[in-house]
Ligand binder design. Structure first.
Ligand code: URA
Length: 271
């Protein structure tokens, strides 16, 4: 057991859990014993009550403006690299080198799209989970296994489709991505669609549907319908929204709905 001097291991673990750490990576602990580098010293400062702290309006506005400007700059950076990418593999390399999204700092791996880049069917999820983050491949965890089974049952093999996510980096603790994170990463998804040029898109869950179709409709209203996704040249790719497999793992009663959606997909592909 590691020497921790005055530090109490339970306090340290509690602090990690409180900070959103939900898994361990690597074999060796670090940064716990040096007093000058104590994790407890890095505990965030308590939030001051309004009465404790005079509100300096201009400073707050400046911070908001700086944050907004940083997001605008990151979106511009993402769009610039997308314009350079002439193939899915070029785009992958550029996204892996992109430093404009803070999610990359907490992620283990960049999880770019996978499967067949010439596929007729492109499936889009929200963001990598813990398994995907560890392996660098989309939909390899429990949701991915279920998705593979649904695809097979509908007559498609996972290697024949292209699978990607709105975000190529896992939000810590699987939290919901912020609007800014989605805005910065959306150009990567849109460029993948332009490069793959699938015949149809399947949107897995409300986050993917809302991000790509730029609406706020709940997935319960969107699912099962063929919607239009316009490419840059104004041609339309039919997009089918359905429930995310992770939702299905928690709500098995909805199985028939997702199954009906995949039958719609099968019918469309056979037409
Ligand atoms: N959920 C997603 O939306 N994407 C993945 O890659 C895995 C789980």
């Amino acid at each position: 057991m590691m020497e921790t001097d005055s530090l109490n291991l339970k306090d340290i673990l509690d602090w990690y859990v409180w900070a959103g750490v939900d898994e361990t990576v690597g074999e060796e602990p670090f940064g716990l014993t040096s007093s000058s580098d104590s994790v407890l010293e890095k505990r965030p400062l308590p939030v001051l009550k309004t009465s404790d702290k005079p509100v300096i309006e201009s400073e707050e506005r400046k911070a908001t403006t700086e944050l907004a400007q940083a997001t605008v700059n990151a979106c511009k950076g993402a769009q610039d690299i997308c314009a350079q990418a002439k193939s899915v593999e070029e785009l992958r390399a550029l996204v892996e080198a992109f430093e404009g999204c803070a999610l990359k700092l907490t992620a283990n791996k960049t999880v770019f799209g996978g499967g067949n880049p010439q596929a007729d069917i492109m499936l889009i999820g929200e963001a990598p989970g813990a398994d995907e983050d560890r392996m660098g491949v989309p939909f390899v965890g429990r949701s991915g296994h279920l998705l593979g089974k649904i695809l097979l049952a509908a007559g498609f093999h996972r290697d024949d489709v292209y699978i990607t996510n709105v975000l190529p980096w896992r939000p810590p603790g699987n939290r919901t991505p912020t609007t800014a994170e989605v805005a910065v990463c959306l150009p990567f998804l849109k460029r993948q669609i332009e490069l793959v040029r699938p015949k149809v898109i399947v949107l897995l869950g409300g986050s993917a549907a809302n991000a790509l179709l730029d609406n706020e409709e709940p997935i319960s209203k969107l699912r099962g319908k063929w919607l239009d996704y316009p490419l840059e040249d104004k041609s339309i790719v039919p997009a089918l929204a359905t429930f995310h497999p992770a939702y299905l793992l928690r709500n098995t009663a909805q199985k028939s709905k997702i199954w009906n959606d995949f039958l719609r997909l099968k019918k469309k592909m056979a037409a």
